[in-house]
Ligand binder design. Structure first.
Ligand code: PEP
Ligand code: MG
Length: 549
């Protein structure tokens, strides 16, 4: 057995066979070009397509593992726009009359050398990004696909996986990542954590080709990679895996149980989804319904707006798959951190405070009505609830409700069937909405508190900014007071209130949220059973007194 040491960047222990992913070694020919202007135009066109591809990767990653992890692809777009690489490449084509592929690989060497010369860790780490950007443009120039196809479950060994290589791998077949380079905060490490795949980075000597296909064990907790692990190591890994499985099995015993607190209050335990593919997870983890379906997936990454029929088919499928269980679909919540190119929105100084979500829908009523028509038409296939995001005023709610009424009227006139029981609710994710929740509660059937945004707007702390971790505090008394106020006002008006932000999945907050009066917790499918365990152990009352609220 050989032991290689590195740094565990994403926890977990696995056994499997090694698959080495070599760096891009495609041979790049140097050719003389007669028409230099045409070659520069070919290069510029490839750059534009590569940027579009990065935009798609951003959107794909944002939906799959979150915006924070996806940010790297925006950074790559910015690095292209900064011009160092592309200007250098154009000069090489122009001065040496050479082909774009060769010029680009030379330009990447020049820019990387400049980054290394800075001797600054952060700048030096950007050479991996230059490599990734170069490969992205090269694949457009050559028409080749960058994806590595995996046919079986493997432990990936690589020099330093680029973010696009990582996101393009079939994650269901990746047991672990082992890389020769990289840092705990590298984007690949962030991605592997978000994808819940164990990884060990900075493993010297892992790129020995003879290791391809060998048996291997990875224990990220121990910062170790074992080649041809001995029996003792294998059983240690198996024990760790079994502990994980046992915990999973323990949670599975909660399937089919009601989510009731010790004091007897039944909590709606629902799931958040981002697309139809997530529904299997909802069923497997026994969520009682869907508390938040982010309908953005229909718009993000699309070159044109989805028409009514496309949306109808998508909502119908979700409602049918949910088989009569309640399904809360949120209307379009685009803007700020969630961009959809097909909406062609202009850049803004303060996007989080800008033209987004319901603000767009109330302005562009055709867009809004198309979605509402599709939703109402689909409503006959299940139990639909519709929810409006980013509400700040009574006026917005009244306008949204009146447009929904117009849509119902139109459908009726056209003889198109829809369910008369579609409940309409709003998200409480701005302090303004929480503060006037007494008035808003009289207009709608339910509230769902979006703590991700409510915390951001209450504490003036960008939810995406890693540096604000300690300021972005879900337990800040101001946030808790707004949640309590919302619950009190909802209950006074006889409506229920849920939480569908990330806080709902934090089991250390379950007792607090329930004692503030929350009736529903809606969480990512794989957190459902852990939260059910927490609900069963909660009193569901009492702590608002100790919190002095
Ligand atoms: C929230 O803001 O808490 C929420 C659930 O919405 P999103 O994260 O999609 O903005
Ligand atoms: Mg939100």
């Amino acid at each position: 057995m050989e032991i290689l040491q590195g740094t565990g960047a994403s926890q977990g222990a696995v056994l499997g066979r090694i698959k080495i992913i070599k760096e891009n070694t495609r041979g790049i020919e140097k050719r003389t070009i007669e028409n230099v202007a045409a070659e520069i135009a070919r290069f510029n066109k490839a750059v534009e397509i590569a940027k579009e591809n990065l935009g798609i990767l951003y959107e794909k990653t944002a939906l799959a593992v979150g915006e924070e992890a996806a940010e790297i692809f925006n950074i790559h777009i910015m690095m292209i726009d900064d011009g160092s690489l592309t200007d250098c490449c154009e000069s090489i084509i122009f001065e040496q009359s050479v082909n774009a592929e060769y010029a680009l690989s030379e330009a990447a060497k020049v820019v990387s050398a400049m980054l290394i010369e800075t001797n600054d860790d952060y700048m030096m780490a950007r050479t991996a990004d230059i490599e990734d950007i170069k490969n992205g443009i090269l694949s457009v120039l050559s028409g080749e696909d960058q994806k590595t196809q995996l046919t079986e479950n493997v432990i990936i060994f690589a020099h330093d996986l680029t973010p696009s290589q990582t996101i393009n791998l079939d994650k269901s077949k990746v047991l672990a990542f082992v890389t020769e380079r990289g840092s705990v905060n590298s984007h690949t490490a962030i991605l592997s954590r978000s994808m819940n795949i164990p990884s060990v980075i900075g493993v010297k000597g892992c790129m020995n080709e003879a290791l391809d296909g060998c048996e291997c064990a990875v224990d990220a907790e121990e910062n170790s990679v074992f080649i041809y692990p001995d029996e003792k190591t294998k059983s240690k890994i198996l024990i760790k895996q079994q502990q994980k499985i046992r915990r999973q099995e323990e949670l599975m015993t909660l399937k089919g149980k009601r989510s009731v607190t010790k004091s007897g209050k039944e909590i709606r335990l629902y799931a958040n989804i981002g697309g139809e593919d997530d529904i299997d997870g909802v069923t497997e983890n026994d969520a009682e319904g869907i508390g938040l379906f982010r309908s953005e997936f229909l718009y993000i990454g699309k070159s044109s707006l989805p028409d009514e029929e496309t949306q109808f088919q998508a909502y119908k499928k979700v409602l049918e798959k949910m088989n009569g269980k309640e399904t809360v679909i949120r209307t379009l919540d685009i803007g700020a951190d969630k961009q959809a190119n097909c909406l062609k929105l202009s850049r803004e100084e303060n996007p989080a405070l800008g033209y987004r979500a319901i603000r767009i829908c109330l302005e562009d009523t055709n867009l809004f009505k198309t979605q509402l028509r599709a939703l109402y038409r689909a409503s006959v296939f299940g139990r639909l609830l519709i929810m409006f995001p980013m509400i700040t005023s009574k006026d917005e709610v009244e306008k949204a409700l009146s447009i929904a009424e117009e849509v119902r009227q139109e459908l009726k006139n056209e003889g198109i069937e829809f369910s008369p029981d579609v409940k309409l609710g709003i998200m409480i994710e701005t302090p303004a909405a929480a503060l006037i929740s007494d008035e808003l509660a009289n207009l709608v059937d339910f509230f769902s508190i979006g703590t991700n945004d409510l915390i951001q707007y209450t504490l003036a702390a960008d939810r995406q900014n890693e540096k604000l971790g300690s300021i972005y505090n879900p337990m800040h008394p101001a946030v808790l007071k707004l949640i309590k106020l919302t619950c009190d006002n909802a209950h006074r008006a006889g409506i229920w209130v849920g939480v569908c932000g990330e806080l709902a999945a934090d089991t250390s907050a379950t007792q607090i949220l329930l004692s503030l009066g929350v009736d529903e917790l809606s969480v990512a499918p794989n957190f459902v059973l852990g939260v059910r365990e927490s609900i069963l152990n909660s009193n569901g009352e009492g702590c608002s007194i100790c919190l002095n609220l």
